[in-house]
Design a protein around this ligand. Structure first.
Ligand code: DC
Length: 226
């Protein structure tokens, strides 16, 4: 039996996370939030005092990546994320941990260390994988490859709302400059830079709502996975 793989790549704040969860629920597929893995590794390295020693203590950092003690627990309407037995679901979504993740993500050895952990999410009946290099590096065999993008300004506005919804303080100008800096780092890194796969279906969500994007995705996926 074919295990279907759908990849959804794109920059931060494009709505990938929300849409990946909706698509996974629609098809009853597993969900991989690969950004969460980078965030968890960033947080773990920070907690161990290793984040500033990515060059000098690389093998220790790789060990930490290979042995990350994490757990994803599904509840009725959300997924709780644990690091070393502690609930870090909200902590890993902060801008600060996003910065840690972006640093970690630029190190080829750490990306390699997370490779098998991501591949292990391939389970029947299918997988929806959300990230930056899902189609280009981790799941090149995916049947449906979506690249979801949006202008930096519209992504910043959405991110502010998302953070406020979690009770976190956020200033749009700070968020916008963070997004621009992270885009640059994600797109210009030498290993697995953020870019659409050659055969990706590209959607720009700057001016269209989530329901419309969802429908575009479902129509495309249905044409790929008959
Ligand atoms: O999608 P996100 O904001 O949770 O991702 C956090 C960081 O991790 C972001 O800087 C990009 C990086 N990342 C990556 O390099 N590759 C992935 N597959 C997922 C995330």
């Amino acid at each position: 039996m074919t295990v279907h793989i759908i990849t959804i790549d794109g920059p931060s704040g494009s709505g990938k996370g929300t849409l990946a969860a909706k698509i996974a629920a629609h098809y009853h597929f597993n969900l991989l939030d690969s950004g969460a893995l980078y965030r968890l590794l960033g947080l773990s390295l920070f907690q161990k005092g290793l984040l500033d020693q990515l060059d000098t203590a690389l093998s220790q950092c790789v060990d930490c990546a290979l042995n990350l003690n994490i757990e994803f627990k599904s509840t009725e309407n959300s997924i709780l994320i644990f690091l070393d037995g502690i609930d870090v679901t909200n902590t890993i979504r902060t801008e600060q941990v996003g910065e840690y993740a972006s640093k970690v993500a630029a190190v080829p050895e750490l990306r390699k260390a997370l490779f098998e952990r991501q591949r292990a999410f391939i389970q029947a009946p299918g997988l929806v994988a959300d990230g930056r290099d899902m189609a280009t590096s981790i799941f090149p065999e995916a049947q449906a490859k979506i690249y979801l993008t949006a202008s930096a300004e519209s992504r910043a506005e959405r991110r502010v709302k998302q953070l406020q919804g979690m009770g976190l303080d956020a200033k749009i100008s700070d968020i916008l400059s963070n997004i621009q800096a992270r885009d640059k780092r994600d797109m210009e890194r030498t290993v697995a830079p953020l870019k659409p796969a050659d055969d990706a279906y590209i959607i720009d969500s700057s001016t269209i709502g989530i329901d419309e994007v969802f429908q575009l995705m479902v129509d495309y996926i249905n044409s790929c996975i008959k």
